[in-house]
Design a protein. Structure first.
Length: 708
């Protein structure tokens, strides 16, 4: 097997696909193009989607269901096989009573009707919507949102990098944990009683009658709507208050970076709040109202894991030509290996193929009770179709596996797949450059690899695999799939890998965040080096552009002005800069054509110690609503130090300039650098969007290991 890694190219993938399961961080350097000055030229949409909330995810795979072990990932194999909808704008629809013996992956994945079962997990570059009574055996990882309807069951964890995870009302179940880059909502009477913790960068909302055996870790606020909600663990609201409905019961502690509401409810443990704690809340432990935010024992949510990378085979180049064989009623035909034109199989007719390679212009078996007889006793059968392959209702496949056996239908009288024949499906392969269509109650044996669409009607049976590289896939009611990998694929496929997805909105801030990665790992700055980003358009801010700058820093010493990140913003140049002044204070400063505006940290930084710092430029927020359009954070705490021209609005001021975005110094002119930073910088990103208090706290908590 051969692999060609193309991070950043837009692939469209489709169904029952082989996937190389690799966390997106593993090949992270391959999505950057370094400039001659050591900067970053481009950032793949792959990284934008998966790292949009936190610039560095752990290099790990989605965890398995506790107690289960999975073999190491490989390009070909049952555990790594994905049933995949690859077309980036398409929806992979799995309809009622479909059963998939394997995993599912693709762009948007939707299960319609009821009774769909996928024994493995789901990976989506868009969103996932689970219909009523859908059963997913293992984990879900989605770049977009995840929405579960009534009675849906997920046997493992949910990892969502989208705007929300919604668990519908009444008997929907998640047996693992929920990790969301946005909000989490549990509908009425949802009972998660198998040990489920909720981790959300945004807000968490629980409707009436919810039972949660676990804890809640929210980057925003937590709200218990209506009544009779029970949580057996702790509740942590990192970015807001906790609002109780009537008769809410929390068995653990409650910690809120805001108010704990005044509603008749109970807390068995202690209660901590940055503001007031309602007198009607019965706290068995100790109440700690008006606790300084820095002293709250808050635990931040854990970010979702990076979704697995998906790899799809490249199509072979082939042509076909030769004799045409039109479909005829009750006419059997035997073909030897070779090249043909259009081949038809009439009603109640049989097409016999034996070991070898076949090239067809198209296959038309769109007639009732047509069948194909495959003799694989002396070798594999490989079929290549230039255009479409169409199979009518009640099309059946019979196989002969050795010289001592007869042809045998691959399903029994009850239309169950025969387990004794299933392993032999590795010997049959069909690749088309067109579409593949199966009508109702058909069966197929082997792998299908199509460049176009694949459509299965009602009650189809498939032993093997199916993949559509550029089309969409539709499976109707009652389909059953038993995965068997392909000999041809394992010997000949060259894979192209991509991790791109179009789904996903960012937490509370709304909309996706295409972060520009400034630093991945820790880098030393000695006072003579810098990182420069070209061209000058990178990081440039026009009249309406917002931004958030976040990174880790450890200064060596003070005594002079040091530019941490700069694109103008000092020495009379229009733009913005994050700097350390001569006394060791952190300063976020913008310079417009009319004035300089800045905000300083509360206290000086500590030399030789790591600090997480963030600067936010929120140009569409007026000072009467939020204290400052410019906000500065140190270790997730908003700063209120010395301010200069804080009453001067930057709403419509252009900060655009021709200087280069620079890390570790200030680009004073095209080839001149000044105000060098001395120390270490790490894990930095520039977001063209406002991140909220809870978002920044989330960054700090999820990255602080290794910087403390």
């Amino acid at each position: 097997m051969k692999f060609k890694h193309q991070s950043g190219s837009l692939l469209v993938v489709a169904i029952f696909l082989i996937v190389v399961v690799a966390a997106l961080g593993i090949a992270i350097t391959s999505v950057f193009t370094n400039t001659s000055k050591g900067g970053v030229d481009t950032l793949s949409a792959t990284l934008d989607q998966v790292k949009k909330r936190y610039p560095a995810f752990p290099d790990s795979e989605i965890p398995n269901v506790p107690g289960e072990e999975e073999p190491p990932p490989s390009p070909i194999g049952g555990p790594t096989l994905q049933l995949t909808q690859g077309k980036s704008s398409g929806t992979f629809t799995i309809t009622s009573s479909n059963k998939i013996n394997g995993n599912a992956a693709g762009h948007d994945i939707v299960t319609n009707g009821s009774g769909v079962e996928i024994t493995g997990g789901i990976t989506a570059t868009g969103k996932v919507t689970l219909g009523s009574a859908t059963k997913i055996g293992k984990n879900i990882c989605a770049i977009g949102l995840v929405d579960m309807n009534n009675g849906a069951v997920v046997g493992g964890d949910i990892h969502s990098h989208g705007s929300s995870v919604t668990v519908g009302s009444s008997s929907a179940t998640v047996k693992g944990n929920i990790y969301s880059a946005g909000n989490v909502t549990l509908g009425s009477n949802v009972q998660l009683e198998e040990g489920t913790d909720i981790h959300a960068a945004g807000n968490v909302t629980l409707a009436s009658g919810v039972i949660l055996v676990g804890s809640i870790y929210a980057g925003g606020s937590v709200e218990f709507k209506s009544s009779n909600v029970r949580v057996t663990g702790d509740v942590h609201a990192n970015g807001g208050g906790v609002t109780f409905g009537w008769n809410t019961a929390i068995i653990g502690d409650v910690v809120a970076n805001g108010v704990i509401s005044n509603t008749s409810s109970s807390i068995t443990g202690d209660a901590f709040a940055a503001q007031s704690i309602g007198s009607n809340v019965n706290v068995s432990g100790t109440k700690h109202p008006n606790t300084p935010p820095s002293s709250l024992p808050l635990i931040a949510p854990t970010p979702p894991e990076a979704c697995p990378e998906m790899c799809i085979p490249e199509h072979a180049t082939f042509t076909a030509g030769g004799s045409n064989y039109p479909a005829q009623w009750q006419t059997d035909r035997t073909l030897t290996e070779g090249s043909y034109g259009d081949v038809g199989v009439g009603g109640e007719s049989k097409l016999y193929l034996s070991a070898g390679n076949y090239w067809f212009n198209r296959i038309n078996a769109n007639n009732n009770l047509a069948s194909m007889y495959l003799d694989i006793s002396s070798g594999d059968i490989n079929i290549f179709v230039v255009n479409d392959a169409v199979f009518g209702s009640s099309f059946n496949v019979f196989v002969k596996v050795d010289n001592d056996s007869e042809y045998e239908k691959i399903v029994d009288a009850g239309r169950h797949i025969k387990a004794s024949l299933a392993p032999y499906a590795e010997r049959v392969y069909m690749e088309t450059h067109g579409n593949v269509t199966f009508n109702n109650e058909n069966s197929w044996f082997g792998t299908i690899f199509s460049k176009g669409n694949i459509r299965f009607g009602n009650e189809n049976r498939l032993v093997g695999a199916y993949i559509s590289s550029e089309g969409t896939v539709t499976t109707w009611n009652g389909m059953q799939v038993h995965f068997v990998p392909s000999n041809y694929g394992s010997e000949n496929w060259t894979f192209t890998c991509s991790s791109q997805g179009e789904g996903g909105n960012g937490g509370e801030s709304g909309g996706s965040v295409a972060a520009l990665q400034l630093l991945l790992d820790t880098q030393e700055f000695t006072g003579t080096n810098q990182i420069v980003f070209e061209p000058a358009a990178k990081g440039d801010l026009d009249t309406l552009d917002d931004m958030t700058l976040a990174l880790w820093l450890s200064p060596t010493s003070f005594g002079q002005v040091q530019a941490v990140v700069s694109k103008g913003g000092m020495d009379g140049e229009v733009g913005y800069t994050l700097l350390i002044d001569s006394e060791g204070y952190l300063v976020f400063q913008v310079q417009t054509p009319a004035f300089v505006r800045s905000i300083r940290s509360d206290i000086p930084l500590s030399a030789g110690q790591w600090h997480h710092v963030a600067a936010v430029l929120d140009r569409n927020t007026v000072d009467t609503v939020i204290p400052f359009q410019m906000r500065l954070y140190v270790n997730k705490v908003i700063q209120n130090g010395l301010k200069v021209h804080s009453d001067s609005t930057v709403t419509s001021a252009s900060l655009s300039n021709s200087l280069l975005l620079t890390v570790g110094a200030h680009n004073a002119s095209p080839s001149v650098y000044a105000h060098y930073f001395i120390g270490q910088l790490g894990n930095g990103a520039l977001y063209p969007q406002v991140l909220t208090n809870s978002n920044i706290a989330y960054l700090y908590e999820s990255q602080k290991i290794g910087y403390e």
